[in-house]
Design a protein around this ligand. Structure first.
Ligand SMILES: [Zn+2]
Length: 410
């Protein structure tokens, strides 16, 4: 890998140091270069502080679990690899945010390069921007599917692989049927590298970048981790992320803020729940177990503070758990009069936000009420979000009952 500058530079700066990953794995090919820690970031420079116009590294395309950051490489079992371009963003000067556009030229003779929803043979050029993108390099062929690209590792246990082949298109088709097709072609990647590591490290990491959803299983017992809890949690993960793609595409921007994250996180979880519940009895039981777990976690969490204080209290997970119950309870109440349930609420909400309303609780309440959610339910939700209860148990239990009722209706 070579960095080429348009003018001589004294150093190449990286915004995030990634816990020592680059100094460990990126080896400068000419003598006289060194890595230097620099605040939260790091830089490569010549030991004599002289200028340079290019620097060449050799580096292994191996997985590294990074705290709060996506791995630079996610290898597939056949030797293909997914590369996160954002970890290669660099600056010639500081401050360096790591979001400057980086023109990248990839050569991979005999392989396919998947980038920006295109598949190109041997060599590709593109500009990596903002937080970067995932680039596929290898020989795997995407699953046959309309409207999106899915690459599933052949090294996954066959049961999980066959299951995902059907499950991924199904979530996308389900949502497209309710909301219309996406305006872009998303990419879904599932990779596995089950070789045990010398340090014994194991990792399962899922993530998203604009238009892309990915999951990587790494290290010993990776295959067992794929099939734990059947493959349903993996279905849920992809359906949740697919739901975000639809939220974002249909409102024309990223949804939400930190205090009302229950609207988009709970909303995505509820869409995943509804999509899975209608697939079969086993899936429905899985959804039921998620609803019951959400009830326990939400009740316990809200006992100390209402939902709008959850982020500040370090309980961001409550946005998912309580948000799932809120959305499914609204779904249940709306379905009584309008079979479209939460999809009707979503369509109203998306239209409001697209027309300029902020993505917030006010818009959610307006959309729920317009579609027939009754006043007592909305008061219950407002109480759990803003407080005014002695004990959240009864309100959470009522949401839980309604949530199960809608799940069993499918
Ligand atoms: Zn989410």
């Amino acid at each position: 890998m070579t960095y080429r500058m348009t003018a001589p530079t004294q150093a190449l700066h990286f915004a995030q140091a990634l816990g020592g990953y680059r100094p460990e794995d990126w080896h400068p090919q000419s003598a006289g270069f060194r890595w230097v820690q620099d605040g939260a970031g790091e830089r490569i420079e010549r030991s004599d502080r002289g200028t340079f116009r290019s620097v060449r590294f050799t580096l292994p395309a191996r997985y590294r679990a990074l705290p709060k950051s996506y791995a630079p490489f996610s290898p597939f079992s056949d030797g293909s690899v997914l590369i996160h371009s954002g970890q290669f963003h660099a600056c010639r000067t500081t401050p360096c945010a790591g979001t400057d556009a980086l023109p990248i030229d990839i050569k991979a003779t005999g392989k396919t390069i998947g980038v920006e929803a295109r598949r190109i043979a041997d060599r590709a050029r593109f500009v990596s921007r903002d937080e970067g993108t995932s680039i596929f390099v290898g020989r795997l062929v995407p699953e046959a599917a309309d409207g999106f690209i899915a690459v599933i590792d052949p090294g996954l246990p066959p049961i999980a692989r066959d299951h995902l082949r059907q499950s991924l298109p199904r979530a996308m088709e389900d949502f497209a049927r309710s909301y219309g097709a996406l305006s872009f072609r998303p990419e879904l990647y599932v990779s596995i590298d089950a070789r045990p590591r010398k340090d014994g490290h194991v990792s399962t990491q899922g993530g998203t970048l604009p238009g892309q959803v990915f999951m990587h299983f790494d290290g010993e017992n990776a295959r067992q981790r794929v099939t734990a809890e059947a493959p349903f949690w993996l279905d849920w993960f992809f359906a949740h992320e697919a739901a975000h793609l639809f939220q974002q595409d249909k409102i024309g921007k990223l949804a939400g803020d930190e205090t009302a994250a229950w609207i988009h996180e709970g909303g995505a979880d509820a869409l995943a729940a509804r999509a899975l519940a209608r697939r079969g009895a086993e899936e429905r039981s899985y959804v039921e177990s998620r609803v019951r777990a959400a009830e326990t976690i939400c009740e316990k969490g809200l006992a100390s503070a209402p939902l709008d204080k959850a982020t500040a209290a370090g309980h961001f997970d409550l946005h998912y758990q309580c948000g799932l119950l809120i959305w499914l309870a609204v779904d249940d109440s709306v379905r009584a009069g309008n079979g479209d349930g939460l999809h009707a609420v979503n369509k109203t909400l998306f239209a409001l936000v697209k027309a300029g309303a902020p993505w917030d609780e006010k818009a959610f309440v307006a959309a729920a009420q317009k579609n027939g959610a009754p006043q007592p339910l909305m008061q219950r939700i407002a109480r759990l979000v803003h407080g005014g209860y002695d004990d959240p148990r009864d309100d959470v239990a009522a949401l839980g009952t309604a949530a199960l009722s809608t799940v069993w209706r499918d």
